[in-house]
Design a protein around this ligand. Structure first.
Ligand code: TRP
Length: 470
């Protein structure tokens, strides 16, 4: 059977933007920012998006388009090494961690959307009276489990449709809807009293907090940047593996990063003015922030039920276009490597995610482990591995792939890019990883750098010697 490809260039871009734009921009961003000192965090985050995110996206694209396979098969075929196949296998594992908690949060969103829409027919918003207590009971337990399964089911329906008739068609409808609705919501939010205080909080930069906290915000900021761009789990490898024609990978990566960041900023322009115009503190950190503070705010606004429906509708669509990109990782793996047809692959993946997601829905400790402790580190390590692979295993081939379809200007950046993804970015990522385990705080900057060089080098040499296994 021939491998499916995207029907159009814009279809690929929208699918990738659909993957990037999601709960990361709207749900995760505000509370991770609040937990890490606000503006200081924001600056580091934006820096990582630009300096690591864009070249990193190109790196994953290069692997995917060159191999035209899932991440496991791609690393194996391009290197001829089973060691690298095992590294690729980590992306399937990361996808498992990701979708297991993501689908639970998607379920929360779905529930708030359904209840807002039902209240449109008349009656109060059920979550509004006691938002904190309501979220507490909705976020874990059998209800959370039920909504997780519905959200996962919706995800599976899209993925079942395949690359063109499922993912591409779905995201081509969903993404413009998300953009338009967010612009409308932001314009409406601007008309609320005290919106200016919200903008001031959101957009003010405070350099002194940054200087004091640089290393402690580095890990979370890098994690958030990778998370929002869907990097480090092989999503972008997988999506690029369906590229049929030669298009400019650097250009597409830039477009995707710009669109994703714009949606993030736009979401902030909705959330922060709303909170301030009602005198709600955006502080309340933790995964419940959006649900508790903003959901409570809707009830006190004129026309709040309609706004709430639109808001949770947008978030649900954004979440769905991301979750399909997570499910596609194991599905493409099963299709490519085991020769399963798409239906069987989706069925197998569905059973696994239903169970692992259930653990997240029922036990907040598991959720905390998956969504906070594990995910950033897996993504950081995953991207470091992909980029080392591009720089040291693909090398010149990566440069050739980079140039294919890129104009003269972009092509001339090739050598600098290869140096960045082969040396600078993996070191930065490994350093970040070590910092997130508290190493920098304990032993200082230079010893951590030295260790990062050692870890990256040892990992790489170990994998190089595994070539002979084949
Ligand atoms: N980027 C998405 C968001 O911001 C989440 C996501 C989808 C993702 N696919 C991923 C995160 C792969 C990391 C890796 O909601």
């Amino acid at each position: 059977m021939t491998r499916e490809t995207w029907a159009t260039r814009i279809g690929f871009i929208l699918a990738a933007v659909g993957s990037a734009v999601g709960l990361g921009n709207i749900w995760r961003f505000p509370w991770v920012t609040a937990e890490n000192g606000g503006s200081a965090f924001l600056l580091v985050y934006l820096f990582v998006v630009l300096a690591v995110g864009v070249p990193g996206l190109v790196g994953e694209f290069v692997i995917g388009r060159r191999a035209k396979r899932n991440p496991v098969g791609a690393l194996r075929d391009l290197s001829g090494s089973t060691g690298w196949a095992v590294v690729g296998g980590f992306s399937v594992l990361t996808a498992l961690v990701l979708l297991s908690f993501y689908s639970v949060v998607g379920g929360w969103i779905l529930r708030y959307f359904v209840e807002s829409a039902l209240a449109l027919a008349g009656g109060p918003l059920p979550y509004a009276a006691e938002p904190g207590a309501y979220f507490g009971s909705a976020s874990a337990g059998t209800d959370a489990l039920a909504y997780h399964l519905v959200f996962l089911g919706l995800t599976a329906v899209v993925v079942l449709g395949g690359v063109r008739k499922g993912i591409e068609l779905g995201t081509t409808v969903m993404m413009p809807a998300v953009f338009v609705l967010l612009v409308v919501l932001a314009a409406w939010a601007a008309t609320q009293p005290d919106a200016a205080a919200g903008y001031a909080f959101y957009l003010s930069f405070d350099l002194s907090t940054l200087e004091e906290n640089f290393f402690s915000v580095l890990g979370p900021a890098a994690g958030q940047a990778l998370f929002t761009l869907s990097l480090g789990a092989g999503t972008m490898v997988t999506y690029a593996s369906y590229l049929g024609e030669d298009r400019s990978l650097p250009f597409d990566a830039g477009t995707i990063a710009v669109l994703n960041t714009s949606v993030g900023v736009l979401a902030g322009l909705v959330v922060f003015p709303l909170l301030f115009s009602l005198g709600v503190e955006p502080g309340s950190p933790g995964p419940g922030a959006l649900f508790v503070s903003i959901a409570g705010a809707f009830a006190r606004l004129p026309g709040g039920t309609l706004i709430a429906s639109a808001f949770f509708g947008v978030v649900a669509l954004a979440a769905l276009s991301s979750s399909i990109s997570m499910l596609e990782i194991p599905v493409s793996f099963l299709v490519d490597e085991f020769g399963f047809d798409r239906r069987r692959s989706v069925a197998v993946a569905l059973v696994v995610f239903a169970v692992t997601g259930a653990a997240n829905a029922l036990d907040p400790a598991v959720f905390q482990l998956f969504a906070v402790t594990l995910v950033d580190r897996l993504l950081t390590a995953g991207l470091a591995a992909f980029l080392l692979f591009v720089g040291w295993v693909l090398g010149r081939d990566a440069l050739e792939e980079f140039r294919l379809g890129a104009g003269d200007l972009a092509s001339s950046l090739g050598p600098a890019w290869l140096y960045a993804v082969g040396v600078v970015l993996p070191l930065f990522l490994v350093f970040t990883l070590l910092t997130s385990f508290g190493l920098e705080a304990r032993v200082g900057f230079w010893p951590t750098v030295a260790l990062a060089v050692g870890v990256a080098g040892a990992a790489f040499l170990g994998l190089r010697s595994s070539n002979s296994v084949v």
